[in-house]
Design a protein around this ligand. Sequence first.
Ligand SMILES: Cc1cc2nc3c(=O)[nH]c(=O)nc-3n(C[C@H](O)[C@H](O)[C@H](O)COP(=O)(O)OP(=O)(O)OC[C@H]3O[C@@H](n4cnc5c(N)ncnc54)[C@H](O)[C@@H]3O)c2cc1C
Ligand code: SF4
Length: 472
Amino acid sequence: MAAKGFLTFPRMENPFRDTSARLQDFGDLHIPLSQAKRQLQASRCMNCGVPFCQSDFGCPLHNLIPEWNQLLEAGQEHAALIRLMKTAPFPEFTGRVCPALCEKACNLADDGVTNRDNELYLIETGFKNGWIRPAAPSRRSGCSVAIVGSGPSGLAAADLLNRLGHTVTVFERADRPGGLLMYGIPNMKLPKDIVMRRIDLMQQSGITFCLNIEASASLCSEFDAVLLCSGARTPRSLHLPNDHLPGVLYAVDFLSEVTRSLLDHQTPPSTVTDSVKGKSVIVVGGGDTGNDCVGTVLRLGAAQVTQLEMMPKPPVSRLPANPWPEWPRTLRTDYGQLESLSVTGHDPRIYETTVKSIHPDKNGVLNAVETVRLKQTDKRFEPFPGTEQRLPCDLLLIAAGFTGCDQATAHAFSLVPDSRGRLAGENGLHYLGGNLFSAGDARTGQSLVVRALADGRACAAAVHDWLSGRKI
Ligand SMILES: Cc1cc2nc3c(=O)[nH]c(=O)nc-3n(C[C@H](O)[C@H](O)[C@H](O)COP(=O)(O)OP(=O)(O)OC[C@H]3O[C@@H](n4cnc5c(N)ncnc54)[C@H](O)[C@@H]3O)c2cc1C
Ligand code: SF4
């Protein structure tokens, strides 16, 4: 093994498709590297004595990263994939959407190994070669488990509990499974046929999916155990007059509508394109969801897009208070922002700014917002008087995060969320009492796909222990 490839080969991620081409469609953003180039990238891994990539600073799933990188470098792709899938339930999702905490925790620091792209290469090679087969257990335990919600945490829990022999039924209120993997993360980041490919496999493995169902407490008497994997989908509102005008939308509602229409009709709905094409769009929220909105409205032909962020512009490199191997709180420019730079010549983000008021025209149609600069005093943000600015706005997308768990589910199961809006048991555990458990964003608050997967698996292990009559 070379184990010194990093001295010779520079880090190389899967390149983006050309901006002008990718703005014409909602197809995958990236072009995969060749097998030979991917092997060279794997050879950059040093197989460290202390692999920070798989520590708590790095991968929440504790993926066996150095092991599969070495096998990939040696051309043993099948063996590498088996090591990867020991801990990673759905590498085709994390290989596309994970922010790759492991790469930032890598001992190569800013030059970390391209673990996410290597993972994606392995799983797609596995699918291409027919190595990924349904995983039905050899015998059933006789226990039944209901899972409420088919997002990453629900899917990961369903996968593991099914492998352990329990009979699993997943209940989902939406018309398609996947949670935010389906209706949230845009198609160009995670194509929806990739989500459905996994759901098909899970069905072939013996898991039942019931769609368009609003789960209720009756499940507790019908199943031996019930897992609430219902997400943290209560959006943070602007709490401003006029925030319910037509043209003021929550980001997830907007992104879902675009995806649903792409799937149903292969084209975005005219109701949406009409509200975006040639129009001025303002996105409140400078995070990943806001970036997804920027990329989506540019594909729909927005004339102008501005993204407002409350926080100050992050530094370009790490501050002393944020050393390696912590996640770097530095400036990141994601695909939507890059696309905006390419189309308009400027970064869509305006920092330390929010919307102060929302203004309709004389017909009651949204046509402007007033923004204001913010100054931070202790931990609060205060408006800076005299910095108000009126901006034209035909569509206002609110991507300001989520305040807590799904309220309808909490109500249906007579649960009271904790002070941070989470459905968690005593001491934050998965076990809620009776035969009820929770996992994913519902238990932890809004997070990441990889964390929801890890939490779904941890919850499945707790349920298995409980069903087996052991102490949780
Ligand atoms: C727009 C957007 C983009 C994102 N992009 C990324 C990204 O690129 N990378 C990343 O790592 N993370 C990303 N995230 C975060 C990530 O998607 C979430 O952390 C993750 O999906 C949480 O998984 P979950 O299973 O806990 O919940 P969810 O994915 O929210 O799934 C919960 C499911 O439960 C269903 N449900 C709720 N209550 C009921 C009920 N009573 N009956 C039936 N069904 C019910 C809901 O319909 C939903 O389908 C993004 C989030 C958003 C909003
Ligand atoms: S820390 Fe980086 S170089 Fe070391 S084992 Fe992990 S991926 Fe490889």
